[in-house]
Design a protein around this ligand. Structure first.
Ligand code: ARG
Length: 503
């Protein structure tokens, strides 16, 4: 339809190569809403008469109605369109004729139109994803309440380090996910600016009203500069990078759960509903959903890199390369939404093998630091010396066939104390060691942010507060968009039936 200069039609293979029609089903609804707002504005400034506006709006409404099944519109073979913008305009022109339909693209270009649609879609994706993150954090907090006293080993270098609780572990990821929420939520305001009316790159001579269209479409303001508005994609890539970080968070949780559900760890068991099996080994229970989540993380990361590479050497202005960002964005959003749902289900349904996790922690010498710190506090001996003492105790326990520290004999303790010239009453040392059970080690550590139950309560309170804040912010955004689209819809209805009213 646009080929005013060319004499020939586009080669069929070239059309297939160029076309973004399939991908564009994701933005069809936004394209129609944007076009409705644009045409209302064209009427306000006198480019479209009320009768013309009415015809265009009712034609657009037909497309909107049919677009509930996007295949309907794509199967419209009358038009050889390169994208959804061309297709919608072609359908309107075919429906009501070029004399009226041919006016709807006045004062805009596909270059501002496409980025308008993408920004509108991303706003909805951001809202959905923020809600899903809130839900997964709620699941983590709920699960943590069940496991306040469930002892596990904490690991550094994947070696048993200190004694912890499963709840404290779950809360740790609530905090990472809160930061993901904060980041993704913050991208909303940068994306929620209207590029519409920037035209191809340098604005238009038509006396358009950009604020008028922006407010119908729920934007908080305008992208000021027409070159920037049509050719910058940084805010979109920022969003994609935030999704990539979020996927890394989810992937790390997946990795823990995969590891902890092995027979070697056997700390947790995934629900049957969240595990696969083997075609040949009947005993198998495999964590396939978590493995897919891990690989999808790599795919999202790849899409971020692809998008950075696409823009890195584009001169300013619109280039068709930018079209290829659309599937990268929409596929990433889709993967993220699905992954958040899957991970929430995994968390809600997993069982913890408390006994196994406890036994492993109990055998781990994970109380060593707690023992050392009690000696420091009681005897005012420099920590470095006590480090040597407890290290020597652990060495001896391992030598005695991996017995626990509390099973060391008085002779062994005396020998080590003498060797290191440390003056501590041996009976008292024995008492400290015996008394430092995994459970007590948690109570002994009271520092801010530690697994101590009081600290955990504080964490839950602060997470709840943040969740409340973000839930409110998201409801307000939804309400704001809802109000804008309601107004648009009212105005569309009012102006669609204006002709009949005049008769
Ligand atoms: N299908 C294009 C895209 O997705 C729309 C804009 C095309 N503009 C142009 N001047 N070729 O980016």
């Amino acid at each position: 339809m646009y080929r005013s200069r060319q004499k020939e039609n586009l080669d069929k293979d070239v059309l297939n190569f160029l076309s973004s029609l399939n991908e564009d089903t994701n933005i069809l609804i936004y394209d129609i809403l944007g076009t409705q707002a644009h045409c209302l504005m064209l009427n306000k400034i006198g480019i479209l008469t009320s009768a013309e506006l009415s015809k265009i709006l009712s034609s657009l409404s037909k497309i909107k109605f049919e677009s509930t099944n996007s295949q309907n519109i794509l199967s419209n073979e009358l038009f050889l369109s390169e994208d959804i913008h061309e297709l919608v305009e072609s359908i309107v022109i075919q429906d009501i004729g070029i004399d009226i339909g041919g006016k709807m693209h006045t004062g805009r270009s596909r270059n501002d139109q496409v980025i308008l649609d993408v920004r509108m879609k991303l706003r909805d994706d951001i809202i959905d994803i923020c809600e899903l993150i809130i839900n997964i954090i709620k699941s983590l907090v709920e699960k943590s309440k069940e496991h306040k006293n469930t002892i596990i080993s904490l690991y550094t270098h994947l070696q048993q380090a200190q004694i912890g609780t499963f709840s404290h572990y779950l809360l740790s990821y609530s905090f990472s996910l809160l930061r993901d929420l904060e980041r993704i939520s913050s991208s909303f305001d940068r994306i929620n600016l209207s590029p519409l009316g920037s035209c191809a790159i340098g604005g238009t001579g038509i006396p358009i009203d950009r604020n008028y269209t922006a407010s119908f479409l729920g934007f908080r303001g305008l992208l000021e500069n027409s070159i920037d508005a049509t050719s910058s994609r940084d805010s979109l890539i920022e969003y994609l990078s935030f999704l990539s970080i979020l996927m890394s968070t989810l992937s790390r949780i997946a990795e823990d759960f995969i590891l902890w559900s092995t027979s070697e760890f056997n700390y947790i068991e995934l629900s049957d509903r969240y595990s696969s099996t083997s075609s040949v080994m009947p005993q198998k229970k495999n964590p396939d959903p978590l493995e897919i989540l891990r690989s999808r993380t790599s795919i999202v990361h790849g899409m971020l890199i692809a998008s950075l590479s696409i823009i890195k050497n584009l001169p300013s202005g619109y280039h068709r390369d930018l079209q290829d960002l659309k599937p990268l964005l929409s596929n990433s959003s889709k993967i993220v939404k699905e992954s958040l749902l899957i991970m929430k289900g995994v968390i809600n349904t997993l069982k913890v093998n408390k006994k196994n996790a406890f036994n492993s922690a109990n055998k781990s010498y994970g109380v060593s630091l707690d023992i050392a710190e009690q000696i420091v506090i009681k005897y005012h001996i420099p920590f470095r010396k006590v480090h040597k003492l407890v290290g020597a105790l652990v060495q001896q326990a391992i030598k005695n066939e991996n017995i626990s520290l509390s099973q060391l004999s008085k002779q062994d303790l005396n020998k080590i104390l003498n060797l290191l010239k440390i003056k501590i009453d041996v009976d008292d040392l024995m008492l400290i060691i015996k008394d430092t059970t995994p459970e007590k080690s948690i109570l002994f550590r009271k520092s801010y942010g530690s697994p101590n139950p009081f600290q955990q309560n504080e964490m839950v309170n602060s997470i709840d507060k943040s969740l409340l804040f973000y839930s409110k912010a998201i409801s307000e955004r939804k309400e704001m968009l809802h109000t804008a689209f309601n107004n648009l819809e009212k105005e569309v209805i009012l102006n669609t039936f204006v002709e009949d009213k005049n008769k």
